[in-house]
Every structure is written in C-alpha cells, then in structure tokens.
Design a protein around this ligand. Sequence first.
Ligand code: SF4
Ligand code: SF4
Length: 667
Amino acid sequence: MGPWAITLLMIAGFAGFAALAWRKLAIVAALQPEVRWDRVGERLGRLATMGFGQSRMVAGEWKPGIMHAAIFLGFMTLLVRKLNLIAIGYDPLVVIPGVLGGLYAVAKEFVEVAVLAAVLYAFWRRFVLKPRRLEPNREAILILSLILVIVVTDFLFDGFRFVVFAAEPGIVHERAFAPVGSALSSALAGWSPASLAFGLHASYWLQMVTVFAFLVLLPAGEHFHIVTALPAVFFAREAPLNRVPPVDLEKIMADDAGDDMKVGAKTAADLLWKEGFDAFTCTECGRCKDSCPTFLTGKPLALKWVHDKVKHHLMEKREAIVAGNTDDLPPLVGEVISEDTLWACTTCGYCERACPIGLEHLGKFYRLRQHRVMMEGAFPQELKPVFDAYESQSNPWGLPADTRGNWAKDLGVRVLESAERAKDIDWIFYVGSAQSFDARAQKTARAFVKILQAAGVRFAILGAAEGSTGECVRRAGNEMLFQTLAQSLVKALNGLGVKKIVTCDPHAYNSLRNEYPEFGGYYEVIHHTQLIDTLIGEGRIAPRRAFEGVLYHEPCYLARHNGEYEAPRRVLAAVSRDTPPEFAMNRDKALCCGAGGGRMWMEEHIGKRINVLRAEQAVERSPKAIATACPYCAIMLRDGVAALGKGDDVPTRDIAELVAEALEPTA
Ligand code: SF4
Ligand code: SF4
C-alpha cells in the first residue's frame, strides 16, 4: 500500500505518543514513592476480573457497562487488526493463513459490529439520554467519532480489498469468513477498476491516519486511561478499603525536629505517585458521583472533580515537579481544591467502590487533612471542642471518662477487672463513646446486653477502663490524638488479656479490626449484628416475628468498608413478618447518613443536609420504621426524619433493639 508512507506514519505516531505520554508519566515518576507491586498474585487476579473482565463496569450499570466492555474488547481485538494493517502497508496481500486466519476474520467482524453498536449507543446516551453524571465533554465526542471512522473505514477497506484482489487465494479465504466485508464487496463489484483502487487506498489511509492520530491524542487528554487503566487496576491499593495510611510519628519527630517536621500532604509534590497516576487515569465516567452524598446534596466534592483539578494542577506545575523545585508549589487545599471540598467528605467510600478501575480517594484526603490539622492547625471550628473533649475525657462530649460504664450499672453486666478473669468470658463488649454517653445510643447497648444475657453469652465490658478508639479524630486528621487514644486503648485491652471483641459501632469495628494491629492490638472483632445472627442461627435466642415494614439503612463502615451486607438483613428478616423493604439506593450503592469522617461533629453549611436526603429516600418507601446498625446512623436518620416532620410516624431503631423487643413475651 506504501511502505515508506506507513513507516513515516508509524514513526510520527509512536514518537508523538511517547513524547506526550512522557509529559505526564515524568510527573508521576517525580512524586512520592510507594510500593504497589507486592502481592503480585492478588494484583493479577484483580487485573483479570476488574481489568480484563470489566467486572465493576458491567456490575455498576449494565447498559453502559456492556457498551464500555464492547469498546474495550474491540480495542484488545483490533490491536491485532492494526498490526495486520501495518503489515498490509508493506504487502497488500498479507493474510493470516489457515484456520487461524478464518477464526480471526470472524472474530474481528463480530467485534467491529459490537463496537459500532456500542459507539452508536454512546452517542445516544450522551445526546438523548443525558444522564446526570455525564458532563459535556468534547474530547469524548471526538474519540467516539474517531472510533466510528476507524470501524467504518475498516469495513470499507475489506470490501474494496476483497474485490480488487478477488483472484488471490489468501484473500478469497479471508472473505469466506468475513460476512460484512463480503457483503460490501458484492455491493462494490460493479465499480470501475480506477474507482476501486481509489476506494482501496482512501479507506486504508483514512483509517491508518485516524489510528495514529488517535494514538497521539490518547496521552493528551482523558482517554489516556485507555493506556493507563489496566496498570491502575494492577497497582490499586489492597483491601481493606478504609485504613488510614500509617504515619510513623515517632520517626517523623526524631528525623525532622522543629520547623522541618512534616505530617500529611500539603502540595502536589507530597502526592504519592499512584495518586498522580490516578488523576491522569480518571476516565471522567462520573460513576463516583451516583451515590456520593456530597455530590447529591450540592456540595463541592465529587471524586471526578478532584481528579480533574489535581490533573490540571500537575500539568501546570509540571516543570517544577519534574525538576524537583517544589519549595514554591502552592498548597493543594485552598489553591487547587477548596477547604469546603476537603472537609465535606464523609469518607463513605462509595466513590472508590464505584470507580470501575478502582481509583483512590480516601488516602489522599486523610493526608491532606492531617497536614491541615497537625501542621497548620486549620480545621472547621466545630472540631476544636471535640478534639479537646477526646483529649481530656476520651469521648466527644467531654463527659467524665470514669462514668463511661455507668449506663450498665443496673443491668448486672460484668466489668472485666483483670487478665486472669478474661478466661471466664467469651466476648468483650466494646461499647464505644456513643453507646456509653448518648441517651439514644444507650438504648442499643442495653438492648444488646439483654440479647447476650438471654442467649447465655459469657461477656463483659471494660467500664471506666474503656477508651475511645479515636476512629473519628483519625479521619478528621488529628493523627497525634488518634495515636495517643489508640495506644492507651491497646494497653488497656492487652493488659486485660482481651482476645475477642464485639461492638455495636461499625466505626470502632473498622478501626479495631483494620487499624489496631498497627499498634499491637490483635483481636478477633465482630459486629453485634454478626453475633446476633449467629445466636439466632444456633437457636440460642428465638425472637418472634414482631415487625413489618422495617427499612434497613446500610452503615458504610459495616457494609462498603468491611463487606458485611447479609448478617443485619438475616437478623431483620428473622424478626419481620414480611419481606423487609429496601431503599432504592441499597447495599454497595447505599447513601451515607452523613456522619462519617468526623462529619458527625461538623455543620453542613452548603447544600441540602445529607441525613435529610437519606430520610427522604426512606420516607419514599413508606416504612413503618427504619432499622440500622450504627449509633451514628441512628442519630442522623432520627434527626433527618424529624426534619421532615415524620419523627413520630417513622421511628429509627437499631437492629438490636428490634431483636430485644422481639424476645419479650407477648402480652
Ligand atoms: S468518600 Fe463518599 S463523600 Fe467522600 S467523595 Fe467519596 S463518595 Fe463522596
Ligand atoms: S474517579 Fe473513577 S468513577 Fe469517578 S469519574 Fe474517574 S474513572 Fe469514573
């Protein structure tokens, strides 16, 4: 077809691609190091399912998921086709011989038809359906148009080639396995030889120029993800999802005394390489917004927007970052993302779970918060008394720490006094601050005690020896205070020989389970709904089916962050006369109540209140009650329903309260 021309086109295309790709990758290489290539087997497994298998893409929303999977499959298959076309540039009669050639021709046509349908659907979606999450995007339209040109010109090229070289046995063989190209060649058979030759060359060169223009465009824009998405999946952070990145404060203080001490992230240069890579990989699909409570309530935070801002900032400051001249870089918070954006996040984890390529968010925000709090003392004013209260009394209300066990005084609950007595109990009930001090949450603790006593479970509480896990202050950026609280609690737990912990608080559950090993706290930790589920399953309690119309609200820290979706539902089903209704946004799409990440203690100044939106979603289902399994969710939903004027009609209960009530004999 033109050996010189295809050679020059290839050199220009690959050189342009490499130069533009390096503009971004050089920045990534200059960011902070972190090992993301350990546990290779697990990473390859994820690459197979989430990357090549497109599991999240299809599971999230099947129609756009199938559309994207078809285009992805098309890229994989058509890579071989493009190599084949490059070879044709040197010898127009090149074919893949034999059975392999036949199979390839069939597969190629099948995939190209699928890609064509997917691209047409993508246009329909953008211009007719216009889903809320998709924002106007000229680059996406250009890329879709280029794919359309590539597929159409490939069909046309086959059509012309099958006629022009109709006497060549290899081409005849290929045509026998290519129904679309063959049908086109039949339609073109009457054209003059000159027109056929022109059509052959025009379709070939139009396609190849488009292919190489596409290649050069990729690293210039958001469609760089075509190249970086699979590596991003491979290098993604390991589970568990919500573990604040460890900070070795002792080492930091020993290494960097005085003004040089640095905790958290301040400027772009403090980002980890993977965080920069993620910003360049974001596909802008907007799936991270679908159940993001901040996006849905009008706050200036969606993961997509953060990636977009960080990406543009990295490009803008490229020279300084690559050269290592980072002293004058502006702070990310205030210059790139706003203070409101940083503090709006409830750390619910929806965005990370929904992102089809596993891009990350929480680690970066935790480190930005750490810097604001610990290095600059800049944080929402409402947090100040909360930090002070945790510091002095190990609870957010500042109530006397030695009264922590008072709620249980009339319940005959054993308080573990020594490690010697630990062998007489099966579980330590870690109560947590809310259930120790908040009147609403104490009802849950009392109900849970009643269940444990009814089942004959050998358990104890720590009483005044219990301290806060500090989970909330850690997520609010006060790592120093968190570590003080964590070390103190680990000392108490280990000193008392505690091995097995049950708690009604998903935040404590997450922290004790996933973060405390970092401080020498190794425990078997379960959530109270899991223990109640077991007790019912073993027949140790037999609650009545006493309720109907109870709607279950999913606590993010139990479900999304720790994968427990079923135990609370099984327990609820066991006390329900009907099939419990579900929120429209449930399970991994459940909307957060708005309390996580320290938000429980902050005002919502912008947009609608998140708990009110969740309450509206609840009321839409006409429930008789809302059940949950987290003290903070219970408080937030109670307040949300009350704000709608329905507090008396739709009570909010913890699942433990329902079970305890269902254990009572009927009147
Ligand atoms: S963690 Fe939740 S609140 Fe924060 S950005 Fe992601 S989805 Fe939104
Ligand atoms: S962060 Fe993930 S889900 Fe959100 S727009 Fe980017 S690729 Fe899509």
